[in-house]
Structure formats: C-alpha cells, structure tokens
Write a protein that binds this ligand. Structure first.
Ligand code: NFS
Ligand code: SF4
Length: 636
C-alpha cells in the first residue's frame, strides 16, 4: 500500500505512533476509513436539498443531467456553495454578536468579570463608526459602539450597508460592491436570504445564486471585523510578544489546561483565573502550578494577546490528549472534533464543553455565561486539578518539540513598528520598499488543516518560496499555528529563508523597533476572524495610495482549507479584490460554469479570483505571478 505522510509536524507524527500502539483511532485513521470518498459529492453533483432526492448528476453527461425538480448541475453546485458561505457567515457572526452583546452588557453594569482593557482602541473604533467620544465616560462610548454594531444584525433598509463593512474597506471597493449588489445590509438577513433563495424551487440562475452567496461571504467579513475590533477593545490589541509553540509546551509537572475553540470571552477568563489557582494545583502535586495552552483559533487569540503558548492546530488536537499529561480541554465553539470525548475516555483528561448550543456526548458540560465567567472558569480549573490526581504516570508522553514564536502583529503593531522608521508617515517606508521592489508584494496565509493534505506542509513550502521571492508574509488561523509550530516565526527563519530585499526591510524595521535583528519571517496576526487585520493593513495602503484593494500586489492563500468558514473567507477575499489560492479542490468541479465564474469571470467583476492548485510549489509560482501582474498594473 502507498505510504501516506499524514503530517509534517514531528510532534504530531510522534503522537500518532503512540495512538497506533494504544489502538486509539485518530482523524487520520478515520480519513483512511472514508476512502474512497464519493465522486458525486466531491464534484458537488449530489443534491440533498429536498426529500425527492438525493439526486445525482452524471458528470460524464451519459446519465441524468437534471435533478427530479429539474435543477441542473450549475444550480446544484452553486446552491451548495452559497449555503456553505452562509454557514460560515453565521459562525463568525455569532461569535461577533456574542462579543458585541458582552460589551453592551458590560456598559449596562451587568458584567463584573470583564472590563475595557484597551480604551484607545475603543475610542478609535468609535471614531470609525462615527460615534462622538470626547469628554464621555468610557462605558457610555462602549454602549454606543455595541449598539451601532448590533444595528448590523437589525437594519431592515436594503440600501444602507452594514456599518462595519462601510467603515473597513476603501470607498472605491464599497462602490464596486454596491454596484454588484453584494453589499450586505444586515448579517442575519443576508444569511437567512441565502438559505431562502436556495430552498427547493427558488433561485435557479447559478450566477445569481453565487452573487447571493458572495453577499453572505461579505456578511462574514462584516461579522469578522467587528469580532476582531471589539475583542481588541475588551481584551487588548495584540503587540509583539515572544512565546513558544507545539506539543512540547505541555508540562508534565503542571496541571495542563488547553483552551480549544474560538471565542476569547471564555479563554481570556480561563487565562486570568488560572494563576489564581496555582497554589491549589501545587497542593495537588503539580509543582509548576496551572499551565494554560492554546489549540486552534482561541489558542491564537490568547497567544497574540498574552503570549500563551500554543499546543497545536486543528488536525492534531486529539494528540494533545494522547500526551497523557493534558488534564482538561476546555472547548467553546467551532472546529472542535467530536472525537475528543472518545479519545479522552481512554485517558484521565476532562473534556469540558461550555456553550449550551455546542455540547459533545461523553464530555462534561459546564454552562458558561459572562455574568458568572470567573466562577465558571474556577470550576473548570478545579475539574482539571482534580483530574491531575488521576493521571497514569506510565502513559505520559510529551514530545520534546517546541519552537520559539514571535507573535502579535496586529495592523496597529505593524504600523507601530513602521513608525519607528518614519514617525510622521509610517506607511511610507512600506510603500517605498514595495515601489523599489525590495518587497514584491504581500501574502496572507490562513485557513484550516485538512486530512486531504500533509498537515502544515503546504503552508511551509508556499511561505518559503514566497519569502525567497521577497513577498511579505502575514498569517492567521491554523496557518499561523503551522508556522509557529515549525519555527518560522523567528528571526532565524528570516535570515534563512527571506530574499535579500525582504530580509533588508525586515531587519531595518526590526532594528528600529528595538528587536536587535529582523522581524520574524511570518507575522502572526491572530485567529481566523483576525483576517480582518490583514484587510485593515491593505485598506490603509490602498487609501494612502488612492487606489482600490484590487490594485494592490496582495494575495491570499488557504492551502489546506476545509471548513464552511474557510469557504466564506476565501470568497470575501475574492470579492475584496485579492487573487485567492485554495489548495483543497472545492466541491464544485461538476459545474464548468461555476468554476469559470469564480476562477476567471470574477476577475473582471471583482479584481479577485480563485486560483485552485493542490501542489504547493506550483501554487507558490502562481501566487508570485499574480503579484507580478498586480505590480505591472500599478506600473511597477
Ligand atoms: Ni479558521 Fe479552519 Fe478552525 Fe481556526 Fe483552524 S480550522 S477556517 S483556522 S481553528 S477557524
Ligand atoms: Fe433533487 Fe431538486 Fe430536491 Fe435537489 S432540490 S434533491 S435536485 S429534487
């Protein structure tokens, strides 16, 4: 049988051997068990939207070409994609709404366990939303910011776009999106409308369906940008911090608590409370107290804000439990494998679900509410301390793999570092270096892990190739985690892999910012909602140059995309004007028309388009070519 390399991460590979020896199934075993995967589904040609179905279209044109209702392949593929975009928008926007409501309740004096940590950010946000702040109490401003944000879930006037998207993209881009009819006016309504128009017997014009999906994807952007900006006001705007990443951050001598999921409302409080309970952990025999580590995007959130070490990313989350030294995994929403409870059943680890709408059979549920956040966090950590006493010392196996990672590059932090070179005009050094070619362009690498690729490998191949070609690298989500785990968020990586121009610029900025060397090769901007930070930086550049986002030599890549959220993100990146690489072949190949629309025609409509390429070397070449094309358009 062909030997498949499942992960490029040595820690994950080491743990996989432990799993195999113990007879415990992991995500990779289940992937193998699912082979071969259904060809109709892979091409997007299976429709299950009504109970006359499932209907399948014969991709070769010999069997049925229409579903029972008469839907053709284009409609079936487009409807399915649009629904994925709506689901992604719903997921990110629920997270955003949760934060906005927390700020509202905080401003009403209902939340004792939270405060506005970054007043400057709150004021900046208020300014962007047109809220007067001068001379007003912080919590009054916070209330108005929350209410203005919640309008984006309530506005019923189709002609008035959401407040946040209007405040976050260049005017030229907003005009273009308005002309195309894809500017969302209300996140919830846009998600609902996408579901409605894709019900049986509704929108059967694939272009129209996809434009509806793109509007939902832009609602996803809206939900994401408000989640990021309000989280910064609540918990602080990330600035550079040195930490470590990979499974070696789990300490056999501490009570280890992993936060896994996405919403910082929970993970922030866990981090706060953890050290208050160090004495209890020591009394239970853990000489290093409580050690909080991160997994997936909530791990990224607390990593970029507080330097909490990151244990791992999506695909290897089960491996954290397999170390035998993880006492609790606390989860909230999104990208949490239901298998965790089964793996944990073979160990002492407590899997604790916290959100009433996201439970897992076999896990312990501790209902989390902001009103009692600290008390709940203490209960959860007490569960971990208790579990610590049940550890089986003979089964502890923590791989000795971890890397230094310099993280925390919010747009504000990047501009702050640049201001050390030019305090008057911080963007000027970046623009000058793009113009003179030291920096050829900017790439944002983000998105998931997927069992269809070797874990983390495409990220690394693409990043190294782009860096050699003097492309400035930004990263979020599981992509950022991949770089952190593999030592690419270090100064050494810059010296090893950056092309001469890029190296000179990163070194000049790093030295000016007092780093005694270059900035890291890849700048960690945060979680998936923090993709909005990269857009903030690009928007600042576009505004300064008086151009649109689609004119900039900026590209996006999601080499291992898998989730509906990733489909939404990739689609708004396209709609924002960026060439967007997908390393996973979308479930859309059954419709040549849909494929042409998103890979070719989109370019004329939005300036952005999808570039589908599973081979990372080839993908990197295509991204460099896309950057060169954008440069040529600017006369560079
Ligand atoms: Ni974003 Fe994918 Fe999930 Fe985060 Fe990781 S899988 S779309 S990167 S944890 S959201
Ligand atoms: Fe079949 Fe049409 Fe029903 Fe889809 S909506 S399952 S194509 S009958």
């Amino acid at each position: 049988m062909e030997k498949i390399t499942v992960s490029s991460d040595p820690a994950a590979t080491e743990m996989l051997a432990v799993a195999t020896a113990a007879g415990i199934d992991t995500v990779w075993d289940r992937h193998r068990m699912q082979q071969p995967q259904c060809g109709f589904g892979s091409l997007g040609l299976c429709c299950r939207i009504c109970w006359k179905g499932p209907c399948r279209i014969d991709p070769f044109g010999e069997g049925p070409q229409f579903g029972i209702c008469g839907a053709d392949r284009d409609t079936i593929v487009a409807r399915h994609l649009a629904r994925m975009m709506a689901a992604g928008a719903a997921a990110h926007s629920e997270h955003g709404r949760h934060i906005a409501l927390a700020i509202l309740h905080l401003s009403q004096g209902r939340l004792a366990d939270y405060k506005i940590h970054d007043e400057a950010k709150l004021l900046a946000v208020a300014g962007r939303l047109g809220i007067a702040a001068e001379g007003r109490a912080v919590l009054d401003v916070a209330r108005d910011v929350a209410l203005k944000t919640l309008e984006d879930f309530q506005n019923q006037d189709d002609e008035t776009p959401c407040n946040w998207i209007s405040a976050s993209l260049p005017a030229k881009r907003i005009d273009r999106l308005r002309q195309l009819g894809v500017l969302p006016h209300n996140i919830d309504a846009t998600v609902a409308r996408t579901m409605a128009r894709t019900h049986v017997g509704c929108d059967a014009d694939y272009t129209n369906v996809l434009l509806g999906g793109i509007r939902a994807a832009l609602a996803d952007f809206n939900g994401m940008v408000l989640a990021t900006e309000l989280s910064d006001a609540l918990f602080g705007t990330p600035s550079p911090v040195v930490t470590t990443a990979n499974l070696g951050v789990i300490k056999p001598t501490a009570v280890n608590v992993a936060v896994n999921g996405h919403n910082p409302l929970l993970s922030e409080v866990i981090c706060d409370v953890a050290h208050e309970m160090d004495a209890e952990a020591r009394a239970a025999g853990a000489k290093d107290g409580v050690n909080v580590v991160g997994i997936c995007c909530t791990g990224n959130e607390v990593m970029v804000r507080h330097g909490i070490p990151l244990a791992t990313n999506y695909l290897s989350q089960e491996m954290a439990i397999l170390t035998g030294a993880l006492d609790a995994m606390v989860v909230d929403v999104q990208c949490i494998m239901p298998s965790l409870a089964r793996v944990a059943a073979c160990f002492h680890t407590q899997v604790v679900t916290t959100m009433d709408e996201n439970k897992i059979s076999g896990a312990t549920h501790v209902s989390f509410h902001e009103e009692t956040a600290r008390e709940t966090a203490r209960r959860i950590i007490a569960l971990a301390i208790n579990a610590f006493g049940r550890r089986d010392q003979a089964r502890i196996h923590v791989p000795d793999v971890k890397h230094t990672a310099i993280v925390g590059f919010s747009a504000e932090a990047v501009i702050g570092a640049l201001s050390k070179l030019d305090a008057e005009d911080p963007l000027k050094p970046l623009i000058d270096n793009i113009v003179n070619g030291n920096i050829q362009g900017v790439a944002l690498l983000g998105g998931c892990n997927n069992t269809k690729s070797t874990q983390d490998e495409s990220f690394q191949v693409i990043a190294k190739t782009l860096a050699k070609n003097n492309v400035l690298l930004l990263a979020t989500g599981c992509g950022a985690a991949a770089f952190a785990k593999h030592g690419l968020m270090t100064q050494e990586a810059t010296n090893l892999y950056a092309g001469d121009g890029l190296k000179a610029v990163l070194t000049a900025i790093g030295r000016a910012a007092g780093l005694d060397g270059p900035l890291p090769l890849v700048l960690h901007m945060g979680s998936c909602v923090d993709n909005s930070r990269a857009v903030a930086l690009a928007t600042a550049l576009a505004d300064k140059l008086g151009v649109d986002l689609s004119d900039l030599p900026v590209v996006v890549s999601a080499p291992e995309a898998m989730s509906e959220k990733a489909v939404a993100i990739g689609t708004w990146a396209l709609a924002a004007g960026f060439p967007t690489h997908l390393g996973t072949v979308p479930q859309a190949g059954g419709s040549a028309n849909v494929v042409k629309l998103v890979t070719e025609d989109a370019k004329g409509l939005f300036g952005g388009y999808f570039l589908v390429e599973p081979d990372p070397e080839v993908a990197a070449g295509k991204l460099v070519a896309a950057i060169k094309e954008k440069r040529a358009g600017l006369g560079l």
